[in-house]
Design a protein around this ligand. Structure first.
Ligand code: ADP
Length: 196
């Protein structure tokens, strides 16, 4: 089971992906978390990524692809993964599709969280006061939304054109309610989910 959690910055992708991955019984692979870990460990990749991330830009495809490819080759990913924050550009999606095709796999499902811009802004500015992420500033957010519309939204069109199943989920409401919406939508589409 290879699924993507898709949505704009602040849509709750990371939170929902954590819950949904448990129900699917696959690892949650979050590109942003992996990059922040590289930054925290002060690796060569982290040093290159940090200024780009802080400015709300995208880390070069080649670096992110190499990082994700390494992760997908780890043994726990053999039975599938829930990807969060990758692919974030059409070239990344095309590379992912090729990586998966090489192992006779493909993206089965895209979960697309829909949240209005005003709500995204208020959530991120609130997160800025609690989590202290260095990209959660008004300028960083504005730039991330521009990049999302320009570079990331076309990834959804890419999978729509490929005929991949897309679950459009209303991302406004309580965390548990949204998780239930996602699980119900997956079940309606015949995906096996653990628990009630
Ligand atoms: P958010 O969805 O709130 O923007 P993420 O944790 O998913 O947060 O990503 C944080 C930052 O990490 C992005 O703004 C970008 O700079 C970088 N990043 C994450 N995933 C990718 C990716 N697939 N390609 C390029 N850069 C990425």
């Amino acid at each position: 089971m290879i699924a993507l959690m898709f949505g704009p910055p602040g849509s709750g992708k990371g939170t929902q992906a954590t819950h949904v991955a448990l129900r699917l019984g696959v690892p949650h692979v979050a590109a942003g978390d992996m990059l922040r870990s590289e930054v925290a460990r002060d690796t060569a990749l982290g040093r290159e990524a940090k200024p780009i991330m802080d400015a709300g830009g995208l880390v070069p495809d080649e670096l992110v692809v190499r990082m994700i490819n390494g992760r997908l080759n780890e043994p726990d990913a053999a039975g599938g993964v829930l990807l969060d924050g990758f692919p974030r550009t059409v070239p990344q999606a095309i590379t992912l599709d090729a990586m998966l095709a090489a192992r006779h796999e493909n993206v089965h499902d895209v979960i697309s969280l829909e949240v209005p811009d005003e709500e995204l802004k208020s959530r991120i500015l609130k997160r800025a006061t609690t989590e202290g992420r260095s990209d959660d500033t008004a300028e960083g957010l504005t730039q991330r939304l521009i990049v999302y519309r320009q570079d990331t939204a076309p990834v959804l069109e890419h999978y729509r054109e490929m005929g991949t199943r897309i679950e459009a989920i209303n991302g406004v409401g309580d965390i548990d309610v949204i998780t239930d919406r996602i699980i119900e939508s997956l079940k309606e589409n015949g995906v096996e989910v653990r628990g009630a």
